[in-house]
Design a binder for this molecule. Sequence first.
Ligand SMILES: Nc1ncnc2c1ncn2[C@@H]1O[C@H](COP(=O)(O)OP(=O)(O)OP(=O)(O)O)[C@@H](O)[C@H]1O
Length: 607
Amino acid sequence: MGFIMDGLDAEDYDRTYNDRDLLRRIASYFRPKLGAMVLVAVMIVLSSMSQAAMPLVASWGVDAIADGTIGEVWWLLTGGLLVAGAFGWVFNYVRQRNSSRVTGDVVLRLREDAFDAVLERDLSFYDETPSGKIVSRVTSDTDDFATVSTLTMDLISQVLMVGFVTVLLFLRSVELALLTLLVVPIVMGLALLFRRLARASTRRAQRSLSRVNANLQETMGGITVAKNFRQEQQVYDEFQPINRQSYDVTLRQGFVFSAIFPVLFLVAGLATVALVQLGGTAVLGGGLSAGDWYLFLQGVSLFWFPLTSIAAFWSQFQQGLSASERVFALIDAEPRVVQTDAQPPGELAGRIEFQDVTFGYDPAHPVLRSFDLLIEAGETVALVGHTGAGKSTLSKLITRFYEFQQGRLLIDGRDIRTLDLPGYRKQIGAVPQAPFLFSGTVADNIRYPRPDADDDEVLAAATAVGGGDWIEALPHGLATDVGEHGRALSMGQRQLVALARLLIQDPAIVVLDEATASVDPLTEAQIQEGLDVVLAGRTSIVIAHRLSTIEHVDRIIVLDHGQIVEEGDHATLLARGGRYCQVYNTYFRHQSPNYRAGSGFVPVGGA
Ligand SMILES: Nc1ncnc2c1ncn2[C@@H]1O[C@H](COP(=O)(O)OP(=O)(O)OP(=O)(O)O)[C@@H](O)[C@H]1O
């Protein structure tokens, strides 16, 4: 049991809605479709009546055979059967057509809402949730939800049908009708019991499927690395238990579901046996006509089929409900980044001040403790430090991708929490280490932050970065297709596109995570020139990986375990022989043009 349930826990943002809230929420999606639903309901009534009419007409036929009048009425009965069948078909067709439209429209809206919610989530959400699981919620869960609506309409139609058949049976024989109804509470009791089992097993099946999706997504994302290191077997070995788990859990769900029908049919079978016995005796004794008996036997199958499907319906209904619960949980997930106000930020100067800030991805393990730092407007600051020191964390707080737990972060002296977030982020230019390019041309990517930028502006931005020579190296200049994720461009070219994009955005604050990937000396020089242009006149926080950057910034901040351990400019810090020198010796020394292996160490701590 332990293994089978591994990894099937709820996500952090999952929640359980009570049935009333859930149904109310679902109803809100159906409300705009009220007209079509009324039409569907009318069609359901009419088609159920036509269906119930068939055995009734047939029972008259049996009576006519018994009393020898069939020769006179056969054409009437045959016509009646044909008419009931034809009308039933038409009503059913109109019903199916409209109900498919209603379901399709509802799922369309739900998926739009889910996708919209996904876009609104904080960055922490994406760090914590594998993208495959998100995909699963937006696709297969919304599909499962669609089944709720189809099933609900089926259920209504079946309940009506049961109603009509029950009335017919009572009209013919109260005793036999009561006998038939006797079994209803047993069936319903079993169905309710089954409902509990079904909900739990269904939830597990859905989670296991989303694990499979997540694993596939990750594999596809890292396929180059996996192939590079010839890890196909390992990737397969990781996939196999997850897929196996999905198989096991789904199989269990199947077992639970398949248990219900035999039990229900057994109860139904016993009731039919009793009716055959009692009804047959009544016909022989003259208390019941052969037609009535026939109607009962037909009625029972008409009656039992809906009843058993109503019972089984619960399981699928539960499946749809728990799917909708998962989608709503995604839509309702509370943002961690909470703004207390939405003041327009205005044109930012770019002064950034951390005051006593404490932050941890997991609040129990803070990465920054009582952290203070002031960056003046227009200043260029380089963050350096060993891996895991907290450099990226600082930039994530400035971009407001994460919520800090204590202290204040002031932008131009104003609390960052009081600013209108989209307005603020518009003035922050964030460049990740491996700039992401969207499919399209180089020009499309440069104008990404401002789609209305015209060709001249795009060309001017591209030319301003590194003198623009790099554009000529592209096969079709700015019209070159970058391929998926920019794969058709070299790493250096992608960085240059990202810098040109920043110029189009024209932010007040730049947060730049320098690429560690080495590029050829020419591109390196172009990037350096590009950086000089892009960072000029803006507050810049650079997570520095290049010697030329740290040599030129206004101030270097050395971080260690979330603390500032040293700060100053390159020359001063080198002369001091402190922590900076350790970092320099490890990461930057070898980038010097005069570097020879084993040389260029800066003495540390007076050593
Ligand atoms: N999304 C995350 N969830 C949980 N912990 C994280 C997350 N991102 C970073 N950390 C942890 O926070 C600490 C600081 O990480 P951070 O990424 O800020 O370091 P860094 O100095 O930027 O390192 P690097 O140069 O390797 O990128 C590390 O201990 C890291 O493991």
